[in-house]
Design a protein around this ligand. Structure first.
Ligand code: AMP
Ligand code: MG
Length: 421
């Protein structure tokens, strides 16, 4: 075989960047954006907290019952093998405290969430007592002092910092903020992300299909991948392989957006004008990263805007998005989380073809084996244009740089899609 220049099948090719090296080169260029805004917690899912939140109250505000049952004082719990009769003198409901004060030998009927009546310190579950008359219960000695109560401030205490600036807000965080009575919070401003597809052959949906053309899928995979991030998407559509048009759109997008993501046109093909235009426009590097799929990509800056020129192949776009764009967006967003893609070990059910010299992201379906351990198989054909492999998959099978063929039964790393935003 004659090679005029390095091809995709070359291994140990000079200038090939290792994955980890490429990721750190991206992150080195990123500093968190400034700017914040005040919004309602209803709109705050997946936004980044700009100011720490301190509680002005205790949660719960009062010591209360964790179950439906009877409030008593622990002194009335009999010895383990004895029983005792108590007189029920009142009722405490959630939101309707009992005004009575408990004395020795007495109990108060209490419901979950009701404030613990004065004089009581323990709640017996109703299933653990016997009603022997209209206002009399029989209890045994199998109880611990203080059982079934929730102490004032046991969740949040007054003056406590419940969330720190930089927290990426997930469902429980929104509930936690709501639980101290707050509804407005300061979050970092959204990152403006421009997306653009390039290629003469790329067709918009709703047009008649023509020979040699493909409908644009990349913009839509990217819009989906950006959905649960603190991002405002700006869609610049499809640009043909025309240097002048590419230049105009790249400049316009870079002017409006913090980050621009293009797909296609960055390899060494005849019509890869995006590469030529980008080389003119800004401070862009063209990388061959030792990964599969997704080797050629461009990264750098046009003006102040961060630019990612992702490969055109639909699977390669998604892989490079998760590997490079996602950590960059987390860093730009100023999250305190030390972002990393979580992988787990699973046993492969089939043999996997792999050449050493690049990190591979095969598409897998992981499941629990009968013995409870995780196992994985591929989705079948693994070409970087086979987008169905992503759709069928529930994880990436991550095969390390130096690894070669994997035999069935070996352990491999899997990265569940459920761990991706
Ligand atoms: P390129 O890197 O521009 O040579 O594109 C590589 C492959 O990906 C080609 O087969 C393109 O047709 C395909 N491709 C590029 N952009 C898109 C897109 N937006 N949607 C679907 N396929 C694409
Ligand atoms: Mg192209």
């Amino acid at each position: 075989m004659i090679h005029s220049s390095p091809s995709c099948t070359d291994l140990f090719e000079p200038g090939l960047l290792r994955l980890e090296e490429a990721i750190s080169k991206v992150l080195d260029q990123i500093t968190p954006l400034s700017g914040s805004e005040c919004i309602s917690i209803t709109d705050a899912s997946h936004r980044v907290l700009a100011r720490s939140i301190v509680s002005k109250i205790n949660v719960p505000a009062h010591t209360n019952s964790a179950v439906d049952g009877y409030a008593i004082h622990h002194r009335d719990i009999p010895a383990t093998d004895e029983k005792k009769t108590l007189t029920v003198i009142g009722e405490a409901l959630a939101g309707k405290p009992c005004p009575e004060k408990l004395a020795s030998g007495q109990a108060i009927r209490i419901m979950t969430g009701a404030i613990l009546p004065t004089g009581s310190d323990t709640v017996l579950m109703q299933e653990h007592v016997k009603n022997i008359a209209a206002n009399q219960i029989l209890i045994d000695g199998k109880h611990r002092p203080g059982e079934n109560i929730r102490l004032a401030g046991e969740d949040i205490s007054q003056g406590e910092t419940i969330l720190s600036a930089g927290k990426l807000l997930l469902p429980a965080d929104l509930g936690l903020i709501a639980s101290i009575g707050q509804s407005e919070i300061a979050v970092k401003r959204k990152i403006h992300v421009g997306i653009v597809s390039t290629g003469n052959e790329i067709l918009p949906q709703g047009t008649v299909h023509e020979p040699g053309k493909v409908y644009d899928s990349n913009r839509f995979s990217l819009i989906g991948a950006l959905a649960r991030l603190p991002v405002q998407v700006h869609d610049y559509g499809i640009i043909p392989d025309d240097p002048e048009q590419l230049k105009q759109v790249f400049l316009k997008a870079a002017d409006h957006c913090d980050v621009v993501i293009s797909s296609g046109g960055v390899s060494v093909g005849e019509a890869d004008f995006a590469k030529i235009v980008l080389a003119e426009l800004g401070n862009i590097n063209f990388w061959k990263v030792a990964i599969k799929p997704g080797r050629p990509m461009a990264f750098g800056k046009i003006g102040d805007s961060i630019f990612f020129g992702l490969p055109g192949n639909p699977v390669a776009v998604m892989v490079t998005f998760y590997l490079f764009v996602l950590p960059a967006l987390y860093r730009l967003a100023g999250t305190s989380e030390n972002y990393h893609l979580a992988t787990f070990a699973a046993r492969t059910l089939e043999k996997l073809r792999k050449k050493p010299g690049r990190t591979e992201f095969q598409r897998g379906i992981m499941s629990r084996a009968d013995n409870g351990q995780w196992q994985v198989r591929t989705t079948g054909k693994q070409g970087s244009g086979i987008l169905k492999s992503m759709s069928l998959a529930n994880c990436f099978i991550v095969l390390e740089h130096d690894r070669s063929h994997v035999a069935a039964g070996e352990l491999v790393d899997v990265l569940p899609f459920a761990c991706l935003p």
